[in-house]
Design a protein around this ligand. Structure first.
Ligand SMILES: NC(=O)c1ccc[n+]([C@@H]2O[C@H](COP(=O)([O-])OP(=O)(O)OC[C@H]3O[C@@H](n4cnc5c(N)ncnc54)[C@H](O)[C@@H]3O)[C@@H](O)[C@H]2O)c1
Ligand SMILES: [Fe+2]
Length: 415
């Protein structure tokens, strides 16, 4: 007499031996791309020379913006490179939301100096520029070509990132966002080779970040975490990183906005932005980013501020299909208590995001911006064509986006 377990075992073995690997249909697979090396913690920047020497780098092109350069944030890096005997060229000409002309100018410096490594030092703007420069310098392609689906150019020049804001997570993403020369649209390039080889994350470089930039960049990280957690292509690894980032941001963001010199909270935020970046780079984003890519470019609205305004409106729209995910987020935001239904928890997560925006002094409505109602249809068309839309958990139409913008524009601040 065979036991039930034995019959099941036999059936399982039969299944395995009669299906060769080739015949199986892969399901639930996911790819995970991350920097080859990360050094994180207070004083990490002091090791940069040693790390680059270990990678065999001889000449680094360091790209940064003027503010970061003038504030002297790059001095420890310069000393470390000198000690390690690594040559470097500084290009402190990256503008906020860099455009293709800036990228082209810096790419020429790669060839002129025979740089074998490009380092982005600063916020997402400098790091995104470094990525585009390293790829363009390697394969001599234009941004237009690099943004084409199926682009096959490979990066041969090394790439590193030193973030000085805790937000975009650009140090761990395979994405670069660059403005077109008309400054009306953005190239959003997603390429495996845009993932930096090296990320050096030092919270000491973030201590002097002004409260408004701290708040806006921190909300960008929260948006990454929430969108990655609920994205259609999300998977267990991305979800684990995203949910953990939500909890850290809820704890540390108000602290760093109110006390810029709190090193422990700065490290918590830097780590959370890193986790959220890894999560969304490997799983996708959603409607918040699809819209903010359009309005940021048109109305010169800082990326984090645009995301923060849109986030609760998009969550409300997506709640129809995301109740369980948003309930989990509410738990991490610390706004659940026993006896609450899943629906109540879901709604509590949206209210908590609004409250956080208000607490850290960010706007809760588009009413105070220069956005025009006449542009809503164009913005919606752009958002529907944006690479981020395909991972939004709920299907979206043109009318949905226009309605959402109407709501987000209502003069009454929702906070
Ligand atoms: N690649 C990605 O995955 C990704 C994700 C989200 C956003 N982005 C892009 O990143 C850009 C936004 O990046 P950001 O939000 O980090 O802003 P940012 O890089 O534009 O920097 C904002 C401002 O803060 C200043 N600053 C930076 N670090 C400082 C410091 N330590 N002390 C004082 N001032 C400092 C800068 O000089 C700048 O004026 C946008 O172009 C956005 O599209 C990229
Ligand atoms: Fe973002």
């Amino acid at each position: 007499m065979k036991t039930i377990e034995q019959s099941l075992d036999n059936a399982l073995i039969e299944n395995v031996v009669t299906h060769t690997v080739d015949e199986l249909t892969p399901r639930g697979l996911f790819n995970f791309n991350a920097p080859r090396q990360t050094l994180m913690g207070e004083g990490a920047i002091l090791r940069i020379g040693e790390m680059l020497r270990h990678l065999g780098v001889s000449h680094v092109l360091v790209v940064a913006d003027r503010v970061v350069h003038e504030k002297g944030l790059m001095r420890s890096m310069e000393r470390s490179l000198e000690r390690a005997g690594i040559e470097f060229t500084l290009y402190p000409g990256i503008t906020r939301e860099p455009d293709e002309t800036v990228v082209a100018t810096a790419t020429e410096l790669v060839a002129r100096n025979r740089a074998d490594f490009v380092l982005g030092f600063g916020g997402g703007s400098a790091i995104d520029a470094a990525k585009a420069i390293a790829l363009a310098g390697s394969c001599k392609s234009s941004l237009q070509e690099m943004a084409e689906p199926g682009f096959s150019g490979r990066r041969t020049i090394g790439l590193g990132a030193v973030p000085t804001t805790a937000g975009t997570g650009s140090e761990v993403t395979d994405i670069s966002v660059i403005m077109c020369a008309d400054r009306q649209h953005k190239f959003v390039i997603k390429e495996v080779d845009l993932m930096p080889d090296l990320a050096i994350v030092d919270p000491a470089l973030m201590l002097n970040l002004p409260p408004l930039v701290t708040a806006a960049t921190g909300i960008d990280a929260l948006t990454h975490a929430i969108e990655a957690y609920a994205a259609r292509s999300s998977h267990p690894l991305a979800k684990a990183l995203a949910i953990c980032a939500v909890q850290s941001i809820a704890e540390a963001l108000p602290v760093v906005v109110g006390n810029s010199g709190d090193m422990a909270a700065r490290l918590t935020m830097a780590t959370a932005a890193y986790k959220a970046g890894l999560a969304f780079s490997n799983s996708g984003l959603g409607l918040v980013h699809a819209i903010s890519h359009q309005i940021g470019a048109r109305y010169q609205l800082a990326h984090g501020i645009a995301n923060g305004i849109l986030l609760p409106y998009v969550m409300k729209f997506n709640a129809l299909v995301c109740q369980r995910q948003y309930a989990a987020i509410a738990h991490m935001l610390g706004v659940t208590h026993s006896g609450m239904t899943e629906r109540e928890q879901c709604m509590a997560s949206i209210a908590a995001v609004r409250q956080l925006l208000c607490d850290i002094g960010l706007p809760g409505s588009l009413a105070g911006t220069s956005i025009h109602r006449d542009d809503f249809a164009d913005i919606a068309t752009g958002a529907l064509a944006d690479v981020c839309i395909r991972d939004n958990p709920r299907d979206v139409t043109q009318t949905d986006i226009v309605q959402l913008l109407e709501e987000a524009c209502s003069t009454k601040e929702k906070n």
